[in-house]
Structures are given as C-alpha cells and as structure tokens.
Design a protein around this ligand. Structure first.
Ligand SMILES: Cc1cc2nc3c(=O)[nH]c(=O)nc-3n(C[C@H](O)[C@H](O)[C@H](O)COP(=O)(O)OP(=O)(O)OC[C@H]3O[C@@H](n4cnc5c(N)ncnc54)[C@H](O)[C@@H]3O)c2cc1C
Length: 471
C-alpha cells in the first residue's frame, strides 16, 4: 500500500532541505542492486546526518508501521539493501554519516560512523601508522555499516577474521527509535550478553547500526605477494597448509582462481595481462606478512614453492617485486566479478565448505555444472583459505545470456545440495537478503529458524526493519 502523504511529510520534516529524495531520477540508484538483477521502488530516500536524525526517523516509522530499508554503499550481492517492488518501503541511506569520531593508536581502535567508506577507514588507519585489515574488491564504495551488517569477509579473513571479529562496540538505533550506545572500546567485557553480535550480520533486519568501535592492528613491516600455479585443486589446499606451518601462520591471503576466471578478466578488463608465459588450470594468489620483529616471510615462501616445484605439484610462480606489481596481480583477482558482469552475468554461488573439502567441491561441482549445461564455464575463485569459493557459472561461449541465466533455477539447487553434502554453507559471506531466503528455509533446521524468528519478533514486533529480507 502506498504511504500516506502525511507520513511522508513527517519523515521529511526530520531532515534539513535537500536530504530527502523523491523523484524517480534521484531515487533510481538506491533501488537497483549492484548485479543489476533486482529493482525495487520507493517514495522516499532519506539521508540523515546524525544518530539523532536516524532515531527520529525510526521513531516515526515505528509509530506509523512504516517499513524501512537501511542502505550503505549498495554493493551487496543478495539485494538486501534495496526496497521491495511495491513502493511501500522508505530507504534510509547512511552515506552522510561519515565522520571518524575517534582514533586511538595506543588502544588500537577507531570509532567510525556507519557511512564511512571502507577505503577511507583503511586510509585513516594507514595515516596513523595502523592497519584496518578488512579488505574487499568493493572497498572504494561499500560502507562500514554495510560491512558490519553483512559480516563481510574479504581477502584477509585467514589472518584477521570476518568483520564481526573486528568490532569492539556498536551504536544501534533500535526498531522502536531508541538508541543503544554500546560504543565501548574494550577487548575484555563480559558484562552480560554480548548484544553487538545480534546486529552484526543481521542485514538491517534488527536495527540500524549508526557507529562502531573497530579494531586496528600494527602495520606489517614486510608483505610478499605471489601468483602460484598448481597441478590440481588439492595442491592449493596442500600449499595453504605448508605455508601456514612454515611461516608461523603469517598467511594473510590465499585466493584460488581457475583459468576460466583469468580468461574472462583478460577478455573484458582493459590493462590486464597473463601473469605467466604459459596457461595453467589452477592459480593461487598468496600474500604473507610479517611484523618488524619477526622472521622474514619471503624466504619461507620461496622455500615452500621450491619444494613444491621440485616435487612437481607447484608448476610456476610470479613474485611481485614491487607494490605496483602486487597491484597488477590483485587486479586479476578483484576484477573477476566485474568481468563476469560484462560477459552477460553469471549464476553465482557464494559457498563455503571445510578447507579440507574444497578440492572435492571444485572437482565435483565443476563436473556437475558442465554436465548440466553443455559448454557452461565454471568461474571458480575466492577465499580458499577460509573454505569460501565463489562457485560461479557463466554462459557457454556464443550462447544468449537470458536463457542461460534462467537455468539458475535448476543449477543452484544442485550446487547447494553438493555443498550441504560436504557440510558447507550455501551463503558464506554475502548473506541472505532477498535472494537466499528459500535456501535458508531449506538448509537450516526448524529449531534454528524458530530462534531467529523469536529474536526478530522481540526486537522488531511490528516488522518494520527491512521486511522481505533474511527471514
Ligand atoms: C566487486 C565486489 C566484490 C565484493 N567482494 C566481497 C568480499 O570479498 N567479501 C564480502 O563479504 N562481500 C563482498 N562483496 C559484497 C559487498 O560488498 C559486501 O557485502 C559489503 O559489506 C556491503 O556493504 P555496503 O555498504 O555496500 O552495504 P549495502 O549493500 O548497502 O547493504 C548490505 C546489507 O546491509 C544492510 N545495511 C547497510 N547499512 C546498514 C546499517 N548501517 N545498519 C543496518 N543495516 C545496514 C542493508 O539493508 C543490506 O541488507 C563484494 C561486492 C562487490 C560489488
């Protein structure tokens, strides 16, 4: 049902002029998802600049039963941050709340508002001689509120953990409009339930994160980056184990890339080139880092790779001799989603299995998809170090994109069932949003779902927070 003009007027009155967008032209970027698969509708996009303004907006929504969709950088992969198509949801964009409220280098913490862009937070930490390790290809536009609400993973989880592990405190506007100030910068605090965990990864369905205390780390003194080629997927997990053992767990990144990914990137992304002279089936982008007091990691990487080359399971490697060369290798990894989009889109599966079962996933999954759709290209890549593979499939060369993408309906359950058989998850780091609600019902137990529903009902009894997402 469309929202009444009286409610819209009350919501707009909270903000200074120019902070409420209404025309279709102005609201359009806020209703489309990054992959271009989903489009919603909204009568109003609100852009508050403070927690007080957010709280005033939510209080009106709570009183009037108005549905609210929090949105950060809108780079989410499961269409969780865009409104539903009926035009009944108001969008609350956090992008104007981008103040760094505090940076404490001694405590190794930073207090940031939800709309801070991830790359800006990384830069501020760098300027203070510190590291904020959350890193993902969308870091130039995604925002910390979105990162925390999706419990983002990215490329450094192996060493530093998911977004959830990088948070000490939160400030949240609850669905009744009250503000929970949990901005404590403490590494030890067992004073009752750890409430922040409820909101981290909740995809805006339980409240609006307005600020967070995040953890900083010392900057590594030495970082080595290499692209390694391997005979088969099992060799990638073997390399990961050897590197972790030999380096004293100094592996920060271990990204798997199959050849189809590289072919796609070389075809669609300008300024990219094959990292090695020959073509190989399996690649791993690895990065190790060491602090100033520790042993150097470059010799460790060289030793492990030499042993692998001698034994025949490592085939070749390209070492980055400078930051610029490392960036060139990273570009090959980070532009894979963009290349798949340029190719006409993909049937995407963001899945995880225990690291010890990744090779089986890659081998059995590839055979399954190639059997189901002749000529389909499996574009498998991602965070092998966390057991998280983006097991995506692009159309056969020359085939039309639309009919291929319709095969999602039969391909995805096959992949998800395989992942479930391997004791994995159908959603490793992208969340549920609108897209994976059916899978949540299929693969999670009635007990688990009932607990989630009780938490939702307790915090948001009117169901105004991001309805139609997650549950
Ligand atoms: C090229 C590319 C690469 C990516 N790589 C990775 C990756 O490696 N790892 C990974 O985990 N993800 C990855 N993603 C997905 C995405 O970038 C992350 O999920 C990111 O954390 C989303 O942040 P955002 O600000 O864009 O959130 P949005 O897309 O705006 O929102 C995501 C969800 O969070 C909710 N939300 C947003 N802000 C708030 C808030 N302040 N309070 C409450 N709820 C809120 C929204 O309602 C929505 O449900 C990638 C995306 C792209 C486009």
């Amino acid at each position: 049902m469309p929202l009444s003009p009286a409610i819209l007027a009350r919501l707009k009155s909270v903000l200074p002029p120019g902070r409420a967008l209404e025309s279709v032209h102005d609201t359009d970027p806020f209703v489309r998802d990054w992959r271009g698969r989903y489009r919603g509708a909204t009568p109003l996009v609100l852009q508050p600049g403070s927690t007080t303004e957010v709280a005033a907006i939510v209080a009106i929504c709570a009183e009037t039963g108005t549905a609210l969709v929090p949105q950060g950088g809108n780079t989410g992969m499961v269409a969780g941050g865009i409104p539903r198509s009926g035009g009944e949801d108001v969008v609350l964009s956090l992008s104007r709340m981008k103040r760094i409220r505090d940076l404490d280098p001694v405590n190794h913490t930073m207090t940031v508002e939800a709309g801070c862009v991830l790359a800006d937070i990384q830069a501020a930490a760098r300027e203070a001689g510190r590291l904020f390790p959350l890193s993902l290809a969308a870091e130039g536009s995604c925002q910390i509120g979105g990162n925390l609400s999706t419990n983002a993973g990215g490329t450094a989880v192996l060493r530093y953990g998911n977004a959830r592990d990088l948070v000490l405190g939160l400030e949240v506007v609850l669905p009744d409009g009250s503000v929970w100030d949990g901005l404590r910068a403490l590494r030890k605090d067992n004073s009752g339930f750890d409430l922040k965990q409820v909101f981290l990864g909740a995809e805006g369905s339980l409240g609006i994160i307005t600020a967070a205390v995040i953890k900083l780390f010392p900057r590594p003194a030495e970082v080595v980056t290499a692209m390694v080629t391997l005979t088969e997927p099992a060799d990638a997990t073997r390399l990961l184990s050897r590197l972790r053992e030999a380096s004293g767990d100094a592996v920060v990144t271990f990204e798997y890339i199959n050849r189809n990914c590289l072919d796609l990137v070389l075809e669609h992304i300008p300024g990219t080139a094959d990292p090695l002279d020959s073509r190989f089936a399996h690649y791993a982008l690895v990065e190790l880092a060491a602090g100033s007091g520790g042993a150097r990691v470059a010799p460790v990487l060289e030793d492990v790779l030499s042993a692998g080359l001698e034994a025949g399971w490592v085939l070749d490697a390209a070492f980055a001799a400078s930051e610029a060369q490392a960036a060139t290798l990273w570009k090959l990894r980070e532009t894979i989603p963009e290349a798949a989009r340029a190719d006409g889109g993909c049937i995407a599966h963001d899945v995880s299995v225990p690291v010890s079962r990744v090779a089986e996933l890659l081998e059995r999954g590839t055979a399954l998809c190639e059997r189901a759709i002749e000529g389909a290209r499996v574009v498998a890549f991602g965070h092998l170090g966390d057991g998280n593979i983006h097991f995506n499939v692009v159309r056969p060369r020359g085939a039309a994109a639309a009919p291929f993408l319709e095969r999602r309906a039969d391909l995805t359950p096959m992949v998800d069932d395989l992942v479930s058989e391997l004791d994995g998850s159908f959603s490793a780091e992208h969340g549920i949003g609108q897209i994976k609600r059916a899978q949540l019902r299929r693969y999670r137990s009635a007990t688990e779902l009932a607990v989630m529903e009780k938490i939702k009902a307790a915090l948001d009894p009117r169901g105004i927070m991001n309805p139609g997402k997650v549950l």
